[in-house]
Design a protein around this ligand. Sequence first.
Ligand code: CA
Length: 540
Amino acid sequence: MKKFISLLLVALLTLSVFTGCGDKEKTNTGGENIKAEDNNSKENKDAKENEKQEDNKFLCSEKPITLSIFQFIQTPFKDDYAVFKKAAEMTNISLKGVVSQSSSKNKEAFNLMVVSGDLADIVAWDRVKIQELALDGAFTELDDLINEHAPNIKAFFEAHPDIKKHATASDGKIYHIPYIPDGEAAEAWFIRQDWLDKLGLEQPKTIDELHDVLVAFRDQDPNGNKKQDEIPFFTRGTNRNRLADFALLWGAHVGASNLWYVEDGVVKFGPYEKEFKDAYVNLAKWYEEGLIDKEIYTRGKTARDYALKENLGGMTHDWFGSTSGYNGKVDIEGFKFVPFAPPANVNGEIKERSLRSRLHWSGWGIASTNKHPVETIKYFDFFFTEEGRRLMNFGIEDDTYTMQDGKPIFTDKVLKAEEGAVAAIRKYGCQLATGFQQDFNYEKQWMNPVAYEGVKLYSENKYFMEQFPSGLPYTPDEKRRFSELFVAIETSLEETTQKWVLGGEDVNSGYDSFIKTLENFGVKELIEIQQTAYDRYIGK
Ligand code: CA
């Protein structure tokens, strides 16, 4: 309690002493003096004030202050990031990272900080975790701070109620300003177009056509080495995600990102729905027929690299950018690996499972021990201004980008960087998963033309499925119970689906006992918890 009273005092003092972005005018143009002066000098003074205000437009603190930050979503925060140095010039707020550069495990570093009880002033981390700690008083409630000091965040939330909902904790309050990704496209179906051409086939549009194409890849020696060595479908996905996109063709939701879904307001758990059985009957059959990589569960992360470079793989489902990147890099004559539209599912619908959701799990919050909550929220707000957003997306003008026709265009220093554009820009501190809005134009500029066409195809046709919200606002009890139940259910799910695909158990004979196992592990309670938290999320 004492901590919070003193915090309140600090907050009140801060409010009265400091002036920032929005409040500048009020304090600097004291009324009495101006009234006593003649019109002419008043105008001069106003002009000067305006100039000063223009310079100080983004100032969040009258005097320079330094705040500590825990930011370790990609790599530990570096104090010399050019982006944050520039932000410091504009806002008067500098950041100092608290994670050692030699630290390699971010979750461990975060837990260590929490256990020490000494939180950084700003913590960039998982929204759900921050909300959980906030309910114990470790993070500052941001609602009033936003209303009073963060006009840009406020306007953003008003314009995007879905994101505001996403940022709201189970007690109805906001403790976390989210990172908002832009551009929906994530993964796609890819196929060896040169193989299709060679065999006189079209890109498959239905499940039957998909089956026929994979059979042709298996039997007709498209790589031309006179051996039946082709791997019709391969994937470097892990766990159930390996075959999640196939399963979806039969209407089953089994991947990590689509395990949960909603129909008419009712939360559904993919493995507990009837489509699940049908999907695995077919997957086991296709596996047995040699259409799916025989080593799908053992080949691991290098599967894509191996299958493409060895001229063996015909089809996969993977990320747009990196998968398109094999074109021009693989030393195979005529090699053309292109994204194609998802084949229609059993109901004739064309749906893509993956989506880069704007509802991301990361962002930043303000520790209760931070002595400058007002300045900090103003600083957060800066990144929601046009200038702040550009800084985070594109870096430093005339260095990483130049303005052309009012748009930031990356320089060759970024576009032709040996380490790749993303790595180059990250060195500047750009695109850290903190509270800011990504601008998809950032990525378009270095996108491979093959990927670009695919992204256009998927985006313009709106193939993307609606995503179940990640990290629902659970109460602490719900969260604990959900985790308890889910561990056993997920383990059983992994084991059973693998056994079925590999033919260790016939799906038809094993299905009923699998459902019974789910029920014994409390699947109904699990679904109930999820429904309750989902209803809370949508404000029901
Ligand atoms: Ca062959």
